[in-house]
Design a protein around this ligand. Sequence first.
Ligand code: TRP
Length: 374
Amino acid sequence: MEKKEVILTGDRPTGKLHIGHYVGSLRGRVELQNSMDYENMFVFIADAQALTDNFNNPDKVRQNILEVALDYLSVGLDPKRVTIFIQSLIPELTELTFYYMNLVSVARLKRNPTVKSEIEMRGFSDESQEEANFGTGIPAGFFTYPISQAADITAFKATIVPVGEDQKPMLEQTNEIVRSFNRIYGPVLIEPNILLPKNSVCRRLPGTDGKAKMSKSLGNCIYLSESNEDTHKKVMSMYTDPLHININDPGHIEGNTVFTYLDAFCKQEHFSLYLPEYENLEALKEHYKKGGLGDVKIKKFLEKILLEELEPIRNRRKEFEKDIPYVCQVLKEGTEKARAVAAQTLSEVRHAMKIDYFEDEDFIAEQIKKFSQQ
Ligand code: TRP
């Protein structure tokens, strides 16, 4: 029988999703949903993981559950084809995490580059009230979240995990856990493969201010759910090339956020539609580099391209916002379906780990024999 793929990915509900999430992952998920013949696709809201560094702000997580669910539905994830669920409502994930903890050393956790850089960021985050400051020490829950992420992935026997580049260390740790588990207890778990966006600019889209990453606290995000007017303002004030002062000055493409976004969003047909005097993106870049092409013109072009993609998403969102009970129903049904899958894996895990005492008739017979011989 042909092996079919299981796709799984999730997002922390710490804010509305932005175009960095969109090009880095959401757009690709919708493409997979529509083009691939898979066995199952799971997309989930990682609220328990969000709490590991927002434990002091439960309302933030609570308020973003439906925001993220609405973002999912409005980009085109279809609940008939994708199981959408909430992480914390599946207690099997927590139980798996506890067993996997035995398979990971503290030293290994300390080396995880994503956790390391997150800890560094938090250490200095006095000015950011949004996230918990780890000044008083690193919470064990945060420190071990890569193990819980391994539980998220393996509970569903995921084979493909579409995520951003920053999640690579999590996938590596998951694979190590899978290998240890299968070696010690028997072949139950499946090693997943990471799926990164093909276009490398999409793996980490910079903020509108040119800073490395879009982040809510820096105020440099374009949200999927904001108004077209807000997007207009943000595009018009985007960081370009500080040396390109007069229109005739030669311009730089490298580090120029407008061109980075064009690399992520622009398709060939956009030229005949919106900027027919240029043949393609290369020609536009050449003109900019030579001098004589103004920032306003490229920003207007970018705005048209962004709105072409974002407007249908925003319109769909407005429709879903009118029917919140439906969105809740999607989450409830998805969670129920996902829970059954996780429960099946957990029962295999418990059997392999020899802790399924009363499900195993041999256990009782064996114990009767053992004690009768004493
Ligand atoms: N760590 C991911 C993020 O910060 C969210 C996440 C949690 C996840 N569990 C996952 C992603 C499992 C993929 C698979 O965005």
